[in-house]
Design a protein. Sequence first.
Length: 529
Amino acid sequence: MKDVAARRTLRCAIYTRVSTDQGLEQDFNSLDAQREASEAYIKSQAHEGWRLIRDRYDDGGYSGGSMERPALQKLQAEVEARRIEVIVVYKVDRLTRSLADFAKLVELFDKHEVSFVSVTQSFNTTTSMGRLTLNVLLSFAQFEREVTGERIRDKIAASKKRGMWMGGIVPLGYRVSDRALHIVEDHAEIVWSLFRRYLEAGSVVRLKQQLDAEGFRLPARIDGAGRSTGGGKISRGHIYKILSNPIYAGLIAHKGQAHPGQHQPIVPHDLWDRVQQSLRDHLGAKRMMRTRQSSEALLTGKLFDDRGNRMSPSWAKKGSKRWRYYVSQAALQGDRSKAGSIFRVPAAHVEALVADAVARLSSNRVASQTDFRNLIDRVTIGRAEIQVQLSEAAEAEAGTRTLTLPWTPPSPYRKREIIQSLTNGKTSVRPMRANARAILIDAFRDAHRWLDELVSDPVQTLEALVSRESKTERSIRMTLSLAFLAPDIVKAAVEGRLPRGFGLKRLVDLPMAWPDQWRALGLKAPTHA
């Protein structure tokens, strides 16, 4: 009796499928026959705790070669929600006819501890023999996929050695006919011009600037799928791709080797060779610059912003002075909206904070850059803290895997004092402009008025303020932050005693703590602040 009470109930689902919808209007069709056999099998396993659920998963008129079947997708959702323990089918091919799809489904079932049973075949993953059969089947499936892949790769390699076009994106200047490349004269003239003008300009950057100034647009083309491409400006990456594509020299490239192609070249070989040499010279110079820059950056490859973007070393130079930074890749690629809350940080400041924290944990002296980098796996930087994920070796010694370092981004401005008196003619710092002061006073008035409404009126909401004031939510939030400024900063702003350059943009969205506000603004705090 104890064994019966302890036996776990297994919820079973039956999946049925038929490729065509012919005969489904009959009172007893193929789907019913599959379900009847599966129900009988489940009843035979009642002593094992099997219980059929009420939901039906029937795909009538759907091919087994695709996973795009409504009942199958519903079944997968139930599996992921852990509402099913056993899936029963009449035959394995009812579930899928694709070995690759079958492997994906079994992986999903294993992940959520779901067993798979075929009624008419000796295939039951609830038993060790069934799992062995599954592993053998998947091994043969993997073998078949690898052999097929090798055969396709060998065929492609042999065809390219003969100079045949094997498909892909058709390069500008060509069209495909009878599985071969043929020159489009108008477009070929553009390609030839890019090669010639690159040598005259001396760099891709200057060539791009010239093309943009001329209003150059790529010709519109229709690809094999009927999609329209082109018609816009050409990017630097596209120029590089055209200039380095051996197809234009009448060659077919494969795994680093170029073979004479069966198509006609657009660019003469002497022009092609000169362009390639120029590209190699420019690439070598860039690599030397990156190597020198990376050698100075302790956190290269380790630093990320709080949205997961890698932060790469960069630098800026003015006169003889040079400043190092880490910049989010999202910002470098021109989409700052995808960057984290901090998209650029001074390299020396962050490196010093992390190095000091790691050095305090390690009993051994961190003698080199390599020693330091071996102690950390990842550094994530946010607006108010830096998280350092230590390596396993450092974790064993420190007793923790993650360090959290509070920090405030240093102000990019030099320290300046609030002007003590506007009547003091000896001061060398010019006060803030009158129009900047007027804008600030209006913003202070709005900030305190809105804050009073939100605190005193339980009905008032931020969304209502956005609608009433016809402003964005971000604008409302940033203005509200002015209500939490340090009193000395507010007083100086109202009296016009902030230094020139301190306007609304410098004061909104500051940290809540008053000492942090002074540091973020680059101001020297009064002794009583």
